[in-house]
Every structure is written in C-alpha cells, then in structure tokens.
Design a protein around this ligand. Structure first.
Ligand code: PEP
Ligand code: MG
Length: 529
C-alpha cells in the first residue's frame, strides 16, 4: 500500500476503482528535421488535419468551438513558422511556440485565462500527434468504474472520456482551477490533481482510492484502509442521494423562500445547471464569449449566445454580467496595455464605459435576447454612483435605438450591480436606491477589503472570507438592500461553501448563486436548518 498526497482541493468526492494509466510522453513524438521547406510543409499539413478534426468535433461542443477559433488564428501559425525559420524541426517548433503561448497565458494569473493555456497545450498536442502520424483516442480501453491516471488532462480529453462511466481522475499536474477539476466538480467525480512525480508510481490495473476531499490517493490499499474508505464512500453516496433529492425542490429558511441559482460561463453550463435543479442563473460570466474568440464577437453572435442561454433557463431568470475584463484578464484583440496594478486598474465597467460602442453592442445583444425570457443585466466592479448612472444611460440609449428600429426587447429589464469593492459597500444605500438588485462578489470583495491579492499564496492567510471586516461588509450590503427593498444575492465562492450557509442566512441573505456542483449541497444544507 502507498499513500500519495497533494494539498490541492479538487473535488468533494471519493472513488475506488482500477487505475487506467494514460502515458503520453513527448519523447514518443517522432522528431524529424528536414529542410526548412519540408518542415514547413509537414507543419502546414498537420495544421490542416488538426483544423478539420476540430471542425468536425466543434458541432455541439463549446470546448472544440473555442479550439477551432484558436487553431485558425494566424498568430499560432506564425509563431511556429518563425521557429521553423530559425532552424527547428516542425515538432520542436510546435513545442517551443506552445511553451511561449502557454507562458503568456499562465502569467496572466487568472482562472479563466489559465484555462485558455490548457486549450493551447491541447491544440498543440493534437498538431504534434498529427505530425507523428495521427491522433488516437488514449482513453479507448478504459472500462466502466476505472480511474483515469495521467500526467495531465486537457479540455479536449474531457470530450473523449465517458464521464458517465469512469469514477475519477488522478493527475501529476494541474490546480484546483484546471478544467479537469471543474468537470469533476460538475459531474460529482473524485479527483486528485497536482501529485507531481508521485503519480508515476501508479500502474494500470492497480486498485486505487481517490480521496478528492483530502487530496489523497491510496494505491493498492490494505484491508483496513479499504474498509474505512468503503464506509466513507458509502456515507458520501447516501449523503449525495439525500442532497440530490432536494436539488430540484424550492427551499425555505424560517418560512421565507431561498433561491439557489448557479454561476455559468457558457450555454452548456446553463443547461447543466438547470438540469441540476438551479432556480435560475445568478451570474452568467459574459467574458467567456469574448475570451473564446479571436476578435470582438459581433452583436449578432452575442445575441445568439444570450438567446440560447435564456431559452435553456426554461422561464427561470438569467442574470448576465456585462464584460468583466481588463487588467490581468487581457483580451489581445482589445489592445490592453500591461499595468503595474492590474487589479486596481482598467477593468470591468471601467473598460465598458470607456469603450462605448463595444459596450452598446453587448447591451443591444442582451436587450434583444430579453424579449425571449427573464434576463437581468448586472454591472461588475461598480465603485461610484456616476458609473452606475452612466451605464444606465447607455442602456437607455440602446433601448431608444432598438425602439426606433422596431426591435423587440423587455422595456422593464432589471438592472443590478455587483458589490465587490469596499467603495460599493460604503455607498450601498445610494446604489440600492438606483438599481433593482445587488450580487455580492466575495472573490474580489475579500481581496479589496483585506488588501490581499487573491492569487498570492504569501498573503493567503489574509485572504479570508470569514474575516471580521469582510463579514461586516457583507452584512452592511445585505442591510442596505433590505432597507431599500431590493433583492440581494451572493455569487462569490463563499456562496458555495456550505459551512457559511447558516451565517449568510442569519445575515439575511436569501439568494445564493453557486457552482453547478454545489446546487444540491447548498439546497440540502438550507433544508436542514
Ligand atoms: C467575485 O468577484 O466574487 C465574482 C463572482 O466575480 P469573478 O470571480 O468573476 O471576479
Ligand atoms: Mg469579481
């Protein structure tokens, strides 16, 4: 028996099964180095094959639709050709260009842009595989109940794995925000990531326990350990069944209804959230529509996404947050400059108000989709009343234009703000008098209240949502909303933490916008109070 441990918190599940080890060492990639022209031709052919493979896969898959945009980007092609021009073979040039692009995205230190880095690795792995003679499905042969073990699992791997059949994942690389963890949480699978070289000790056919809660993998457990885990896994299954039973119900606290809505970043997420029992979508992160594109999405393209999302809500509300981008979340085609203090810089509503035409294209798309369901508009990073007034003026202008054009929209669309800066907390009374709802964004609020970067491990002891200052900021916000008679929800990670549920209910919160995988858990927690 061997126990492998990581400190990464990947998922809330435990699984026991046989390991199916996928080995894809880059050393197995055939390295051929011909003349510059020959290597260019080999690369161009591999790029073409990769593009047509992705094209076929992209129908009905957000992951591959995003890959298609990236693989067709001139920047990718030029980066490889430049390395070939400097004397490298095609495969080596791909690896070098991939390293550059991945480093660029990873340096941005943002959860969503890190996910883009995974997409880049994924696409280059496909091109390199095509250079070596073709892409194979490395998961062929995985049996029902298996645990997939790999150095790394990339977004497109998820589309090849039968998530309904396997029980969990173990990877050497990855963090809690890797795509594999997001999928594990959304599908309630066990996952342990970031094990490092220790993951190499696992062989195909080994019996493994994957404890996602403790970040532990037990390889070939002894009888006592196996029995302990069988009991723990059974308890979790029972708990999960009890939780699932309330997932589609409406829940109450002390006689008043509590809404449990979900956070989503794509139409696929919306479908899954509603299937999982969400009472609506409390945060639709519209930046994905921009990040998944190599140029600004047109009004029509955005409209199609928002319209599909609201139709997937089946009459339940959909809160679309306007573009929250800038600073560290740079979109290359928007021409952002590097900033000294990106979190205190040009981001979110500040960008939208400065880029009036782009803002209007987004608002028009949202307004048009509002004719098809209950859509609400939410502004991120509000710090002054003037920002809210200006953003509302932009909505009014778009409404007037649409009216003139005879285009349908909801005239009474609700408009709200995220409370995620101390400034917004201090002026919450005044903001509440001027909008229809609040949503507390604790992910940012904690870092701004505590002056502790949310991604800096050296100050992670201060990045604490339970800090007295944060708890008071939350309470002040809820009280201001209540006094003004407007709705207040919370869409930061704290809303998905069941140990905070009672505290938040006692503070007066009646709407929780949570991760898709936490819908059942939070509804269950509320139902038990
Ligand atoms: C937040 O800040 O809590 C939030 C939900 O926004 P994001 O995590 O997208 O910055
Ligand atoms: Mg935020």
């Amino acid at each position: 028996m061997r126990t492998l441990q990581t400190s990464v918190r990947a998922s809330d599940a435990i699984a026991i099964g046989r390991a199916f080890v996928v080995r894809r060492d880059s050393a197995t990639v055939e390295v051929v180095c011909g003349s510059e022209e020959q290597e260019q031709e080999r690369f161009n052919k591999a790029l073409q094959s990769s593009t047509s493979q992705i094209e076929k896969l992209s129908e009905g898959s957000d992951i591959f639709a995003a890959h298609l945009e990236i693989v067709q980007d001139e920047m990718l092609r030029d980066a490889v050709l430049e390395y070939i021009g400097s004397g490298k073979g095609a495969a080596e040039a791909c690896q070098a260009a991939c390293g550059d692009l991945v480093a660029m995205f990873e340096a941005m230190d943002d959860e969503y842009l890190s996910a883009r880095a995974d997409d880049i690795k994924d696409i280059f792995a496909r091109i390199v595989a095509n250079l070596a003679g073709g892409v194979q499905n490395p998961f062929e042969g995985a049996k029902e109940g298996d645990i997939i073990v790999a150095k790394e699992l990339l977004p497109s791997d998820m589309a090849l794995i039968d998530l309904g059949a396997i029980r969990g994942f173990v990877t050497a690389l990855g963090s809690s925000t890797s795509h594999v963890c997001i999928m594990a949480r959304n599908y309630s699978l066990a996952a342990v990531v970031g094990l490092g070289e220790a993951a190499e000790q696992i062989c195909s056919g080994d019996m493994v326990i994957v404890d996602g809660i403790e970040g532990r993998v037990v390889v070939n457990p002894d009888d006592d350990t196996m029995n302990t885990y069988l009991v723990r896994a059974l308890n979790l299954v029972t708990l999960s069944k009890e939780q699932q039973a309330v997932a589609t119900q409406t829940v109450e606290y002390q006689g008043s209804a509590v809404a449990v809505v979900a956070n989503a970043g794509s139409v696929e997420d919306v479908v899954k959230a509603i299937e999982s029992g969400a009472d609506g979508i409390g945060l639709f992160r519209s930046e994905f529509v921009y990040l998944n594109s190599t140029s600004e999405p047109t009004e029509q393209e955005q409209y199609e996404v928002y319209s599909a999302a609201v139709r997937a809500c089946n009459g339940k509300p959909l809160t679309i947050r306007t573009l929250d981008i800038g600073g560290d979340k740079a979109v290359p085609y928007l021409g952002f400059e590097r900033e000294e203090n990106p979190f205190l810089g040009w981001r979110a509503i500040r960008v939208s108000l400065d880029m009036e035409q782009m803002f209007c294209r987004q608002l028009r798309a949202i307004l048009r989709a509002s004719a098809e369901g209950d859509i609400r508009i939410m502004f991120p990073m509000i710090t002054t009343l003037e920002e809210l007034a200006e953003a509302k003026r932009a909505i009014e202008k778009c409404k007037a234009d649409l009216k003139t054009e005879g285009v349908a929209f909801n005239e009474n669309i609700k408009v709200g703000v995220m409370i995620e800066t101390p400034a917004a907390v201090f002026i919450a009374d005044d903001l509440a008098a001027r909008c229809d709802f609040f949503s507390i964004g604790t992910n940012d609020l904690v870092q701004y209240v505590m002056a502790a970067d949310r991604a800096n491990v050296k100050v992670s002891h201060l990045y604490n949502p339970y800090s007295e200052a944060v708890v008071r900021a939350i309470k002040m916000t809820i009280d201001s909303a209540e006094k003004a008679g407007i709705e207040c929800s919370m869409c930061g990670e704290l809303a998905s933490d069941s140990s905070a549920t009672e505290l938040l209910l006692k503070a007066g919160l009646r709407k929780f916008s949570v991760n898709i995988g936490s819908i059942a858990k939070i509804k269950y927690t509320i139902s038990k109070l």
